[in-house]
Design a protein around this ligand. Sequence first.
Ligand code: FMN
Length: 405
Amino acid sequence: MDDNMMEYNVSKLTSNLYLLRFKDTSTKYFEGLWEIPEGIMYNSYVYTSNEGAIVFDTWKMGLGNEFLEALRNIVDLRDVRYIVVHHMEPDHSGILKTLVEKADPIVLGHPLVKNMAESFYSVSMKFRPVKDGEEIVFDDEKIIFYHTPWLHWPETIMSYITSWKILLTCDAFGSYGVFKEVWADELSGEDYERYLWYAKKYFANVIGIHYEWVVKNLEKLVSRGVTPNLVLPSHGLLLRGDPLDYMYKKYKSWGHGEPEQGKTLLIYTSMYGFVERTVKIIREYFSGLNQDIDMIGFTDSNRPSISDVIGKAFDAENIILVSATYDADLYPLMKHIASLITRKTPRGKKVAIIAQYGWGGKAGKILEEMMSTQGFKVVGVVEFKAGEEERYRDKIIGLIESLKK
Ligand SMILES: Cc1cc2nc3c(=O)[nH]c(=O)nc-3n(C[C@H](O)[C@H](O)[C@H](O)COP(=O)(O)O)c2cc1C
């Protein structure tokens, strides 16, 4: 069977470390929220030895049969000595109960894991909490556990397999997308670019809210001498060589909230086309300057992916929001998007707001408050009645130009 058609695959990474990977092409909305037409992969890792096996994370809830089938390719379930729970989100811990019931291993995890697992899954297990920096020696291999809070939940930990310098990072360094390749360095050209975009989008959607914790955790790992040759995340492709160096640099830059210099993103909503007429003025202005800017419009015939919007907004330097008053409030889709931008992307971006109304404008003020109270620099608001965009042309262009100051 073509590898792409298989739901899961098992790959040998080193003499005693295996990847168990499920390719999920049926989830449409990751976390019930983020559009993922590209799919997502769940990575579990199995370390085998003469003393038995360690399973690091599992797959999404509901994939128990497939997981056990994949695992049995590598070990007898009775030989599973430990399960390491890096993170309790059910896309990784979803098969914990099944595995505990079949194999009765010791479960290792952050102290918070016990309560969470018991309440999520009504599981009774032999649990051993691990401290930050605690190590186990297993068949001569030293494995160190590090607490890495907020990458992506408070209980998240990473495991470092010291002799191989392998860091299992769970959600950090993960990505969307379903590929037949295992390692990012097996991709080239457009496929590699596609992977990089999925990794950025995943970062913005999932970890973006805690971007400052990326720096704290990476610095902590460096200070503890963790310098991995291989980074194995729980989603997407695995990292070594150039892609690993590149993603490490990107994580530092995203973690510092650094924008891509000069990148402007325009997001608009338009029910009947009035707002689109205003957007046309802005489009003409930029094309007159020979500048390309990304414009994403939500209309009666176009519903872009909000996961893409947040992926693109994350490293934008400037954001232009154009929307309308709706039922004496801000248009609901724009409210949702603006709220996600304030929560998921770095503060300090410059924002220009243009709003329209029929008889009493509310949208401009609401958007301005939403953005400025969350630390975004609102450079100005231009608000006018539907159909008056030509009268406001100079003000609209003046506002856009003030983004450059
Ligand atoms: C369903 C609906 C509700 C609206 N509610 C308000 C409102 O509460 N107050 C107001 O001043 N204008 C309201 N408007 C007018 C719009 O804000 C105005 O026409 C705006 O320019 C719409 O641009 P668009 O059609 O491109 O989205 C409403 C329009 C629609 C279609």
